[in-house]
Design a protein around this ligand. Structure first.
Ligand SMILES: [Zn+2]
Length: 287
């Protein structure tokens, strides 16, 4: 059973919890696509941005595809997503619905109730309430959930607490990888262990970058290919001595942007607002 698939299609309305990005026009957007949600009934279509794309026409959502409107089945599952500290919405899901251990994906969905953190600017609240007149706005997330209780399904599992081990291993691995790209070339060549490690890692990253470039089908793949290319440039930098710093610029810039964004979000009274796109295609992908 997957997080959002595995059960037979369900019948009837299911209430789930999810989060949104909000743009400066007051439009609710999914985290991973620009497919705006509208007031009232939304109907999902299939064109997943990442992952396995079920080719050919099929019902939405399909068990072997990633399409459909997503909603978490419980508060515990939902709050693992950082964006829920800013926006939470209770949504009704119906039509074809598949459920997994974390939540559901559905063909149709509607925003019933919406909570925004107190940090949300009042002009944004006003725009959201104008755009979504049938959604009830709440100042208190607890009150919202008390009046719109989430549907409990047997397939939902309590999220396990995050384990520290894999996170530490990932941090050590990334630090070692970045360290290899900082060593002088003579030092890499001077040690059999370092040289072997550098060749293996660089070869693996080059292969991964090539595979991502060739296999790029969506925004997620493209972003991953971009990051991998930056890592590859970083690893190749020692070959070019002092001029190798040019190759380190893309990754350094990426790290600076990521750290800056993280620090920005720590500011008190911070609320993220997305700049509105001029034209936004309606689609219900990973929506
Ligand atoms: Zn699909």
């Amino acid at each position: 059973m997957g997080e959002f698939c595995g059960t037979e299609p369900l019948v009837g309305e299911i209430l789930g919890l999810r989060t949104f990005r909000i743009d400066d026009s007051g439009t609710l957007l999914p985290l991973y696509s620009d497919g705006a949600w509208y007031d009232g009934v939304n109907t999902a279509v299939c064109s997943p941005p990442t992952g396995s794309h079920h080719r050919g026409p099929h019902r939405v959502p399909a068990d072997d595809c990633e399409c459909g409107f997503y909603a978490y089945g419980s508060v515990d599952a939902a709050v693992q997503n950082r964006q829920t500290r800013y926006v939470q919405a209770v949504v009704s899901c119906w039509g074809d619905v598949v459920a997994g251990t974390k939540g559901v994906r559905a063909a149709h969905a509607r925003v019933d109730a919406l909570w925004m953190s107190p940090a949300a600017p009042s002009w944004l609240r006003a725009r959201v309430s104008t755009r979504y007149p049938s959604a009830r706005l709440y100042a208190d997330a607890g009150a919202m959930l008390a009046e719109h209780p989430l549907t409990e399904l047997d397939c939902y599992e309590r999220p396990r607490p995050r384990r520290v081990g894999p996170v530490v291993a990932a941090v050590v691995g990334i630090a070692a990888l970045l360290g290899l790209g900082l060593l002088p070339f003579e030092m890499l060549q001077g040690s059999t262990a370092l040289w072997t490690a550098w060749l293996l890692v660089t070869g693996a990253v080059a292969a991964g970058t090539g595979w991502l470039m060739v296999g790029t089908h969506g925004a997620g793949h493209f972003a991953a290919a971009f990051v991998m290319a930056g890592v590859l440039a970083w690893l190749l930098a020692p070959v070019f001595g002092i001029t190798g710093w040019v190759l380190r610029v893309p990754l350094l810039r990426g790290i600076a942007v990521a750290v800056g964004g993280y620090l920005l979000a720590l500011r008190p009274h911070y609320f993220p607002v997305v700049r509105a796109a001029r034209e936004r295609a309606f689609c219900g992908v990973r929506a």
